[in-house]
Design a protein around this ligand. Structure first.
Ligand code: AMP
Length: 426
């Protein structure tokens, strides 16, 4: 038997009802903040992720599905491709390639789609997972650097989670400053790590050399007391970054969005500048981040585009659905009516009647003329239909249809023209 590959899974009904509920709530909420949808390709040039997410990050160094794609024709070149591990890089590439900066104001874009990382699968962690994300990006003259933009994004996220009825989330907030701050902080980290790194895990020993900031991501329990004692990035922000962060917090206070400052949260992608954040939820256990995001001023330039500061987030939809399903069992919508055609030739009549009822807005299942009535009624009941409509030759001729309420067992005769109204009204 061929099975779904490791780390991927089928999303089945009724769970997909919950996924659709989450996605339509996202579309609704994002619309009221004037976001529009963008869809970028699932495959991209590998170098896009190397240059944005960063070579030294776990995502790029260990988790990418990448391959050398051979040319199919002489007119093509072979190239290294990758399944996207995240979507911000693709959105910024699309912003540059499609010259979106020429459009007025800020670009407020959201996406919903699968992402791919070759991680060790566990609850809440998959190799194909889904993200709902959004970005605000644009020229500084349109206000893209403003702390008001950061606060708007965070307030929108709180609104979205509240709309889903999700309680008990925590917003963890930090600023990772600008490149100069990071440089000074990296130097301080290197110095602080020097005497202690020998006792840390192999990853930390490597990162202490290549990218000391990533040491803060370490999850190895024995390393935590050492990490707690390391310098904090918030003490290394320059005055503009400090003021920017203070302004973001002041707006969040003004709109009553609670948050906690987590100076260790530097996020696993290199492109972040200034504000970074995660929303976490206790119900998720080890993989407790529902979403993460931050500002990425400088990313567009790094990819060869114009200056286009921006901020965004990616919600892990799999985890969000997991949290919701703790207290919200998805239910399949039941059919309003099951049409039971009786006797040869009646499938055509059933198709006509089905069309009428569906045009009137009802959810309709069709039986088959070869089924005996008993079988049709059993099937209708088992699948949870509210009514069965019995459609034999007599009913078709007379225009009086037999309507059986499958909840009460009561059966009445209803004129065809009134059928939809009667079903919808009860
Ligand atoms: P990131 O792009 O790493 O900032 O991740 C943003 C969010 O995506 C995380 O907070 C998770 O909720 C979700 N996520 C990341 N990786 C995975 C994965 N392998 N499986 C499921 N969800 C993931």
């Amino acid at each position: 038997m061929i099975k779904a590959i490791r780390g991927t899974r089928d999303l089945l009904p009724p769970d997909t009802e919950l996924w659709n509920f989450v996605e339509s709530a996202a579309r609704d909420v994002f619309r009221s903040y004037h976001f529009s949808e963008i869809r970028t390709p699932v495959i991209e040039d590998l170098s896009l992720f190397q240059r944005s997410v960063g070579e030294e990050t776990d995502i790029v160094s260990k988790e990418m599905f990448a391959w050398e794609d051979r040319a199919r024709a002489q007119s093509e070149k072979g190239q290294w491709l990758a399944l996207r591990p995240e979507n911000t890089a693709g959105v910024v590439r699309a912003y540059i390639e499609n010259r979106l900066w020429e459009r007025p104001g800020l670009q407020k874009l959201y996406y919903i789609g699968p992402q791919f990382r070759r991680e060790r699968p566990q609850k809440g962690r998959y190799r194909q997972f889904f993200q709902i994300g959004a970005e605000i990006i644009g020229p500084p003259t349109a206000g893209s650097e403003s702390p008001a933009v950061d606060a708007e994004v965070l307030e929108m996220l709180a609104t979205f989670l509240d709309r889903l009825g999700l309680t008990g989330w925590t917003l963890e907030l930090n600023s990772v400053g600008c490149p100069d701050d990071r440089q000074r902080y990296n130097d301080a980290l290197r110095a602080a790590l020097k005497p202690v790194v020998g006792g840390m895990c192999a990853d930390c020993r490597r990162r202490a050399e290549t990218n000391p900031l990533r040491v803060l991501d370490c999850k190895v329990p024995e390393d935590q007391p050492i990490i707690e004692q390391l310098p904090k990035i918030l003490d290394y922000l320059d005055e503009p970054c400090r003021q920017h962060f203070a302004a973001v917090r002041a707006i969040l206070d003004a709109v009553s969005i609670p948050y906690t400052i987590n100076p260790r949260m530097v996020r696993g992608l290199d492109y972040y500048r200034r504000t970074t954040y995660e929303f976490t939820h206790g119900a998720l256990g080890a993989q407790n981040a529902i979403l993460g995001g931050g500002r990425y001023d400088g990313l567009s330039e790094a990819l060869g585009g114009p200056k286009a500061p921006g901020i965004g987030f990616a919600i892990g939809e799999d985890r969000l659905v997991l949290t919701l399903s703790e207290h919200q069992r998805p239910k399949l919508t039941a059919a309003d009516a099951y049409i039971a055609p009786l006797g040869e030739g009646m499938n055509q009549e059933a198709a006509r009647l089905g069309r009428e009822l569906r045009q009137a807005g009802l959810v309709v299942d069709l039986g088959d003329e070869s089924f005996r009535l008993k079988k049709s009624l059993e099937l209708a009941s088992k699948t949870g239909a509210r009514f069965a409509v019995i459609l034999g030759e007599n009913e078709a001729k007379s225009g009086m249809l037999a309507l059986k309420n499958l909840g009460t067992g009561e059966q009445v005769s209803v004129p065809r023209a009134e059928l939809a109204k009667v079903i919808a009204g009860s």
